[in-house]
Design a protein around this ligand. Structure first.
Ligand code: SF4
Length: 559
């Protein structure tokens, strides 16, 4: 369909080849795909993005909103474009989960913001960590959660403080640019890139090149929805590559040597789908170009009519990997990709780098576990001090809400471990502390139905008390609503927050249970056990029963 004179034109770089124009819309007509000439916004989100690029809101924040206060913020900026700079309004306190779905968005809005700091590859220097901690203390009431996408998330941010926070972050090379919104989000990277003894390839140069060339660029600032990237050359496949929109996974090519295997179309949420291999091998220096090609396909061919279908996984489901690769090669790269082998399966279940491990250079890295990613600004500053005191300048965040300190001499390891322990950060945690994650939940999230972080921390303590000898790897992922920010479908025990009927017949906070999900060795989604719901109060009893029975009846090697 040709665009009419009054429809907006695609950004530079959108392919309009004869082949693309001829390609017939089959099952889904009028999905709002730009490459098919469908430029008229088909929903309010698309209209907001057409009206003004999300990145442009920064100027208004700095020159108007931060000076005139919360009430001066335009509604479309407040609930839309501010995300392009990592800002969401947080949930107004005191609204229970039963009212989440029935209230208007503005009734759920607090006058404070959640702010996400982008930490690509989970890479932080000690001075950067210190600044993150100081901002938390000064502007975020001490909050600073480590997210499962390697970011730090603040709460209680006032609009008046945002420009000063940006100034301090940017002074040390950090930002909130495109940390949220319909953009290329933070790029996941192996926390041990460049230091792991058995690494296949260090993906850091590719992450840095993508960040420099494309993050904050208007070439990709209007995507159909969020776009998630993972790049890792670790043999542990430590960046949940199966559930990102695009992943580059370290692999040895028999002729060309180390490079990356290309995966596309993974995502969780309400229609989970594992990513698929395109069978292509990509050398390190071509990763940014291939990445831009995949993002370009999403921008141009991605479905924009319904938000619920506006992820790359839906396009991949309709096209299949062969057609996806063909379009990538013909219309975006203008050259064929090299065929390549699949990555080897990881050698162990835990991929979180917890514990003490030797580096390539003979020094050690030390991975430690807070409870469900919950840290505070004071603790972050203490971690920075501990790292510096033990001769390290480098810290990492992981995709499991954990942290690492790198470059520790052997003689310093025990001292560091005891320093971390004094902060209640465990280098040798129980499987429960190691394997439990929780999303933000009702404390701050406007979509939440139940509380998660506090329950996750309490569940860990309770299981440690009840099952002190349990030593099997186990993931328990707790979500506050049907979305999957804490990856419920990929956990051994996935808990999806919802209202359930309690023993007294009244609606109460609880969880739908998913069992048997996994990534890595045996990737697959957990099964929703029909009718199996537990109230939040029953949760420790339920998990204890499942784990006790598993331990008693498991076969050799069974997870
Ligand atoms: Fe919020 Fe739901 Fe995501 Fe949890 S899973 S952070 S409750 S949207």
């Amino acid at each position: 369909m040709a665009s009419s004179p009054d429809t907006p034109q695609p950004p530079a770089g959108t392919p309009r080849t004869a082949a693309a124009a001829r390609r017939k819309t089959t099952r889904h007509r009028g999905e709002g795909q730009w490459a098919k000439g469908h430029f008229t916004p088909l929903n309010a989100n698309e209209q907001t993005k057409k009206d003004d690029d999300g990145l442009n809101v920064r100027t208004r924040i700095e020159t108007i909103y931060a000076k005139a206060g919360f009430d001066s913020i335009d509604g479309a900026d407040l609930r839309g474009r501010m995300r392009w700079w990592g800002l969401y309004t947080q949930r107004r306190p005191g609204i229970d989960g039963g009212r989440t779905a029935i209230l208007e968005p503005e009734e759920l809005d607090d006058r404070y913001f959640m702010m996400r700091v982008r930490i690509d590859g989970g890479r932080l220097s000690v001075p950067q960590l210190r600044v993150i901690g100081e901002i938390s203390q000064e502007f975020a009431r001490g909050t600073a959660d480590i997210t499962d996408r390697q970011n730090v998330q603040y709460h209680w941010i006032r609009i008046e403080d945002v420009p000063e926070i940006w100034r301090r972050l940017e002074e040390v090379g950090l930002s909130t640019t495109e940390a949220c919104g319909d953009t290329p989000r933070t790029i996941l990277g192996s926390p041990v890139a460049g230091i792991a003894e058995d690494e296949i390839i260090d993906g850091t140069p590719a992450i840095e090149a993508i960040k420099t060339r494309y993050i904050g660029s208007k070439e990709f600032s209007n995507l159909p929805r969020k776009f998630k990237t993972a790049i890792s050359g670790s043999r542990l496949l430590d960046v949940v590559h199966e559930i990102n929109d695009v992943s580059f996974v370290g692999v040895e090519h028999p002729e060309h040597g180390p490079g990356f295997d290309l995966w596309v179309g993974g995502a969780l949420s309400t229609n989970p789908r594992l990513g698929e291999r395109l069978g292509a091998w990509v050398p390190l220096d071509e990763v940014p170009e291939v990445w831009a090609g995949v993002v370009g396909i999403f921008r141009d061919y991605g479905y924009r009519r319904l938000r619920s279908r506006a992820r790359l996984k839906f396009l991949l489901a309709d096209w299949g990997p062969e057609k996806f690769r063909q379009v990538l090669e013909e219309e975006y790269l203008h050259r064929p990709l090299v065929d390549g082998p699949a990555p080897e399966l990881p050698t162990q279940v835990w991929r979180d780098h917890i514990g003490v491990h030797k580096q390539q250079d003979g020094r050690f890295y030390v991975g430690f576990a807070p409870r469900v990613g919950r840290i505070d600004g004071t603790t972050l500053i203490r971690i920075a001090e501990l790292a510096g005191h033990h001769g390290s300048d480098r810290v990492r965040t992981t995709t499991d809400q954990k942290m690492l300190i790198l470059d520790i001499e052997e003689s310093q390891v025990e001292s560091l471990i005891s320093g971390l322990k004094s902060l209640d950060l465990q280098v040798h945690p129980s499987p429960f502390r190691r394997g439990t994650m929780a999303c933000t939940g009702i404390e701050f999230c406007k979509l939440a139905i139940v509380e998660t972080k506090g329950r996750g921390a309490a569940l860990i303590d309770e299981l440690e008390r009840r099952l002190p000898d349990f030593d099997q790897p186990v993931n328990i992922n707790i979500n506050g609503c049907p979305n999957s920010c804490a990856r419920i479908q990929t956990a051994d025990i996935g808990l999806k927050g919802q209202l359930v009927t309690g023993p007294d017949g009244q609606q109460t906070e609880g969880f739908q249970v998913h069992l048997g999900g996994s990534l890595g060795l045996t990737p697959g989604f957990g099964r929703k056990v029909r009718g199996l719901k537990v109230t939040a109060d029953e949760l420790p009893d339920y998990v204890e029963r499942v784990l006790t029975r598993f331990e008693a009846e498991r076969e050799d090697g069974e997870r």
